[in-house]
Write a protein that binds this ligand. Structure first.
Ligand code: NAP
Length: 287
């Protein structure tokens, strides 16, 4: 057994890779930058969802014990319509390389057969392979690795269109722990988990927790949807992605992320990390 992790050295794939490394399960990271993006000691290949001629390349990699890739972690590229390239790759992986299992990371609003990777989920069902869909709410890492890192570091502020909306923020640590099980557990997988953190928090409350954890005031600034899109564009995000993020944020303002469950604990045997504990682990990110 070997595991292919698309999403390269991204937030969740790199953490799944660490768990696989600890468990001595062979794995390969795959992304456009290949080895250049991977930490030392982690094997990687160049792979581009938008270039079908790269789809065979991960399967040419020689693992130390000649293991074959039997499961793939699927991270969609940031394009408006990911299913056509993702489903084409899945078909090639199954038909030509006998891959048996796929684990798909999706946003919380995705349903089987619906928009975005919902159509990848439907495809996995239609072709009859083992699959697990992990639907995650807002990542805690938005504050430490993504949209809000720079303004927290430079201005002690972060900006959203989430208003008073609450979400059960989850860490990539817990997403990776669930994905690790879904990729490696012996029992056949046909599952769908919603990955939610342990407490419902508004972004104002996130600001207070960051302030307490970092020992300086961090302020949540509320923006209108229009101003929020503009801000993301000015920060260098493609227009469509800025609009998508803002739509998800305004949905959050309307309460769509307000739910709780115990899926992380059911799979991993431990509760998901709290925001306070997560801040303590990541303090150096905002220095
Ligand atoms: N952030 C959130 O709050 C949140 C919430 C729910 C769901 N999600 C979902 O999480 C997923 C992102 O996962 P993540 O955060 O673990 O990843 P990530 O940190 O966003 O990293 C994704 C990686 O994918 C690679 N990539 C981008 N375009 C590619 C392409 N065309 N071909 C091959 N590789 C490509 C990039 O590496 P290279 O530059 O080397 O190619 C990048 O490092 C998205 O599907 C998102 O919808 C996010």
């Amino acid at each position: 057994m070997a595991i292919l992790l698309t999403g390269g050295a991204g937030k969740t794939s790199i953490r799944v890779a660490s768990l696989l490394q600890d468990a001595k399960v062979p794995f390969l990271l795959a992304s456009r930058r290949g080895q250049a993006a991977a930490p030392e000691g982690m094997p990687a290949v160049k792979f581009d969802w938008l270039n079908p001629s790269s789809y065979d390349d991960p399967f040419k990699y020689r693992f130390p014990e000649q293991e074959k890739i039997s499961a793939v972690y699927l991270i969609s590229p940031e394009i408006p319509d990911p299913p056509p390239p993702m489903n084409a790759f899945i078909d090639l992986a199954v038909e030509k390389h006998q891959v048996k299992r796929f684990v798909l990371l999706a946003g919380n609003s995705v349903e089987k057969g619906s928009h975005h990777v919902g159509k990848v989920w439907q495809h996995l069902v239609d072709i009859g392979v083992e699959y697990c869909v992990v639907r995650a709410t807002w990542f805690m890492e938005r504050m430490s690795e993504q949209e809000h890192l720079t303004t927290i570091k430079n201005e002690d502020k972060f900006y959203t269109a989430c208003g008073d909306g609450k979400a059960p923020f989850i860490s990539a640590i817990d997403i990776a722990a669930v994905a690790f099980h879904a990729l490696t557990d012996k029992a056949p997988q046909h599952c769908d988990y919603r990955l939610l953190g342990p407490e419902l928090l508004s972004y104002d409350e996130i600001g207070v927790k960051l302030s307490n954890g970092l020992g300086r005031k961090i302020e949540h600034v509320r923006l209108s949807a229009e101003d929020n899109v503009q801000r993301y564009i000015e920060a260098g995000f493609p227009e469509q992605y800025a609009a998508l993020l803002t739509r998800l944020e305004t949905m959050t303002a309307q309460g769509t992320e307000e739910r709780m469950n115990s899926d992380v604990e059911k799979v991993t045997g431990r509760p998901p990390i709290t925001f306070d504990d997560w801040v303590q682990l990541h303090k150096s990110a905002w220095r």
